[in-house]
Design a protein around this ligand. Structure first.
Ligand SMILES: NC(=O)c1ccc[n+]([C@@H]2O[C@H](COP(=O)([O-])OP(=O)(O)OC[C@H]3O[C@@H](n4cnc5c(N)ncnc54)[C@H](O)[C@@H]3O)[C@@H](O)[C@H]2O)c1
Length: 452
């Protein structure tokens, strides 16, 4: 059902005059759905055939529900299409850019179609007085909106952005095949706005769509779209790789993965998705190796499982490189056990990092009160005596003294009291954060995150 604008105490809201550049999957679906929300939409495409189709009330794409929605929107005069970019801009208060960003021969996304359209919109806005919001919806690499399209728009319009003309990035999360439903029920609405007015305008566009609206900077918004698709690709490839491996062991992965996905606490959840340091401990590396050995035995290829181990090693290398970039100065490492609050040292990535630092000749002290050699029991005592007896003398008794004696603080994890010692006494020292602790960023040290 095509809706109309709604009148609230403050005036008419909901209805906006919208231009959509690029009437492919994203543009055609957005056009029909935004018209359904009550907006007045003019689509623009270089393809006269697509423009004609829409003006006849026919959708230029095949997609569930889109034929009916397009016909209805066009019939009600809410959706039309033209090839004249300037005329579309002049008839609108907001322009959405959803032209293609295909892969260029060198593997990078070809942004020239977006450049072209942004320049066209800028030229159409030049010398006019009406406010306008330009919204990039095509998938582009982080930084493109602010560093590449903003200068193009400013130059073409002949004025600075943020006063009359606003620019934002607003990713599209629709899935082909069910894109109309996804338009109405997106996982979230992300607005990478460069100004408040830009944010408010894009938010108004989705008035009537029920989802959480998140405002962030354009580069973060751009990266979320790429991360999402990379993650979805990784999930599909993981499921298929798991199936190949399990098949060699006589297990039906359809059954196993169905049950696996029921765990929304650890498996399908934000758990293990926070950037930090390398994984380790007594289970993850061991069981990844077990999966790889099953694959190798059954002659099934397991590049993802193998790459997980290689990627973990690369993270360890990155931490070592961050320390080495500071020159050879005394280091204090906070955290030795693989997890805070435990004394388990088996396959701890902090042990691996400490070993490499010692190997490179660093003077090293380690602060981890849970790993007190005199209190270590069972397997851990055995491990320290057998594998790393030389660590006993590196363990600092007092965090404050250890910070004072060091010039580089490497932070894995610490008790609240020991973290207090870093915050109080770390000023002027280099602090390499392996854990992504926002509190440490403000502590007055020369803060360097390992991956942020
Ligand atoms: N297809 C999806 O499911 C999907 C989902 C989310 C995001 N995206 C992203 O959105 C963007 C568009 O994807 P799509 O699948 O809709 O692309 P598409 O190739 O189906 O459509 C792009 C349209 O842009 C038109 N166009 C090219 N240059 C133009 C110009 N100068 N002026 C006006 N129109 C022009 C083309 O004629 C075409 O109709 C891409 O960056 C894509 O990665 C796609």
């Amino acid at each position: 059902m095509i809706g109309g604008s709604r009148r609230l105490a403050g005036g008419w809201i909901g209805e906006m005059k919208v231009a959509i550049f690029g009437l492919g999957y994203v543009g055609a679906v957005s056009g029909a759905c935004l018209a359904e929300l009550g907006h007045e939409v003019v689509g623009v495409d270089v393809s006269g055939a697509k423009v004609d189709l829409i003006n006849r009330g026919e959708a230029p794409i095949v997609e569930e529900m889109i034929a009916e929605l397009t016909a209805q929107a066009v019939q009600l005069g809410k959706f039309r299409a033209i090839t004249d970019a300037a005329a579309a801009v002049h008839a609108s208060e907001i322009s959405l850019v959803s032209v293609g960003t295909p892969t260029a021969p060198d593997g990078t996304p070809d942004l020239s179609y977006v450049d072209h359209v942004v320049a066209e919109i800028g030229a159409a806005l030049k010398g006019r007085r009406e406010p306008h919001i330009v919204v990039i919806r095509s998938t582009v690499p982080p930084g493109a909106t602010e560093k590449r399209f903003a200068p193009v728009l400013e130059q073409a319009a002949g004025e600075k952005l943020g006063q009359r003309i606003h620019l934002a990035f607003n990713p599209e999360f629709l899935r082909e095949g069910r894109s109309v439903r996804d338009f109405h029920q997106p996982p979230f609405t992300i607005i990478g706005a460069m100004s408040d007015a830009g944010f408010e305008g894009v938010k108004r566009l989705y008035d009537g769509v029920e989802s959480e609206t998140i405002r962030t900077d354009p580069a973060t918004a751009e990266s979320i779209k790429l991360l999402s698709n990379a993650w979805h690709g990784l999930k599909v490839a993981f499921a298929n790789e798991a199936a190949r491996i399990l098949k060699t062991a006589g297990v039906d992965a359809r059954k196993a993965l169905e049950i696996f996905a029921k765990d929304t606490v650890l498996n399908i959840s934000p758990a293990y998705l926070r950037p930090g340091f390398a994984f380790g401990g007594s289970c993850l590396p061991k069981d990844l190796r077990a999966m790889i050995s099953i694959a190798d035995k059954g002659q099934a290829s397991a590049p993802i499982m193998k790459a997980a181990i290689a990627s973990n090693e690369a993270h360890l290398d990155a931490a070592l490189a961050a320390v080495r970039a500071c020159g050879r100065r005394p280091v204090v490492l906070f955290g030795l056990a693989f997890k805070p609050g435990t004394d388990d040292l088996r396959e701890s990535p902090y042990v691996a990092l400490a070993e490499r630092l010692i190997g490179k000749g660093y003077a090293l002290q380690i602060v981890d009160p849970y790993v007190d050699a005199s209190r270590l029991m069972g397997k851990n005592k055995e491990f320290i005596e057998r594998e790393i007896p030389h660590f006993v003398e590196l363990m600092a008794r007092d965090a404050e003294d250890a910070v004072d004696a060091a010039e580089i603080i490497v932070y894995g994890h610490a008790t609240g009291v020991d973290k207090g010692a870093i915050i109080e006494r770390g000023i002027g020292k280099v602090l390499i954060d392996l854990s992504g602790d926002k509190e440490l960023e403000l502590c007055g040290a020369d803060y360097r995150g390992v991956g942020w």
